[in-house]
Ligand binder design. Structure first.
Ligand code: ADP
Ligand code: MG
Length: 318
């Protein structure tokens, strides 16, 4: 039976050239780049709630870091370091190998170093803290939007939720369609490059983890504004488009979780700049509406205004 220290050494100790001191001491030592602000965020993933107990360990490793990278993206921060607090029911080395593979695979792609953590026995629970850097005053906060700013989203919406709906048999996708949607659920791609590119362009930003309406709602609340968005403008994957007549698909697009796309506001004068960024990033950026001085989130659909209640989309979908 490997000890806790064997496990840490074998699975979670990698070179950390970007830290003064990484895994192995009582604390890591970090030097933030001169003049930069430190952006810090933490997310907990609970088995059975944020991922399925049956999900592959590689998927869980990827996702536990991806959700944190997405928070860095939403701040316009460049991710640098992470810590990992892990509760494990048993020292299952096959699981640990898979988990570390998923985690470090994504970490390597974004230049993030694991510099410490904690490992303990307990119900499966994963807590990743991430630290990144952003030039002073340039972070993309939720409270910076102005009335008249355009509202944009990256990528396409609702795919992860559609995949989940398929596996929960709330919608029936063809085999090929399900195969196209599954990676959005299991291997979300955080929009880090887009977040960094939007420094000095976006006035406010958030990552869509709880659904477009809920997360845009956070920007509205923090910025003290309302918004008008157009259902017909929402960017949809080809598979989603084939099913969009279904209420369940519409719910995925408007209120589905786990998108990890960015939703941001920007002055209308930056419209062409943002379209140029989309081409450079090879990532669709779509204008879906604008901020209003009048409070409330109004969804326009087929020319009709539907005021969205606090209960979300279900409230008015019928
Ligand atoms: P302490 O007793 O001071 O909490 P630990 O024995 O928990 O130290 O951890 C020893 C070292 O291993 C520390 O540097 C800690 O940051 C690191 N560590 C523990 N668990 C993990 C993990 N899951 N991933 C990365 N580093 C870890
Ligand atoms: Mg400890």
């Amino acid at each position: 039976m490997p000890s806790e220290f064997d496990l840490i050494r074998q699975y979670f100790t990698r070179p950390t050239p970007g830290a003064i001191l990484g895994v192995g001491d009582d604390a890591a030592l970090l030097q933030v780049s001169p003049g930069m602000e430190l952006a810090v965020s933490v997310d907990m993933l609970v088995a059975g709630q944020h991922f399925g107990v049956a999900d592959g360990p590689g998927t869980v490793g990827h996702k536990s870091l991806a959700v944190n990278l997405s928070d860095m993206a939403a701040m316009g921060a460049a991710p640098r370091w992470a810590t990992l607090a892990l509760a494990l029911p048993a020292a299952d080395e096959k699981w640990l190998r898979g988990f570390a593979g998923g985690f470090f695979g994504l970490a390597g792609k974004f230049g993030v170093e694991l510099i410490g953590g904690d490992t303990t026995r307990g119900p499966l629970n994963i807590c990743v803290q991430i630290m990144g850097e952003v030039p002073p005053g340039q972070a993309l906060r939720r409270d910076g939007a102005r009335a008249g700013d355009e509202i944009w989203v990256s990528g396409t919406l609702g795919n992860a939720a559609l995949a989940l709906a398929h596996y929960q048999r709330r919608v029936e996708l063809e085999h090929r369609e399900a195969a196209a949607m599954l990676p959005f659920l299991h291997l979300p791609q955080p929009r880090v490059a887009a977040g960094i590119a939007l420094r000095g362009v976006a006035s406010a930003a958030i990552d869509i983890s709880d659904g477009l309406l809920a997360d845009l709602g956070h920007i509205l609340e923090r910025s003290g504004l309302g918004a008008e968005i157009h259902f017909e403008r929402l960017p949809l994957h080809a598979v989603m488009r084939r099913h969009i007549a279904l209420e369940v698909a519409q719910n995925c697009v408007l209120a589905g979780g786990d998108d990890y796309e960015l939703c941001f506001a920007a002055p209308a004068a930056r419209h062409e700049t943002i379209l140029d960024l989309a081409r450079q990033l090879e990532l669709p950026l779509t204008c879906i509406g604008h901020m209003t001085a009048e409070a409330g989130l109004r969804l326009l659909r087929a020319g009709e205004i539907m005021t969205i209640g606090t209960k979300g989309f279900d409230h008015f979908a019928a």
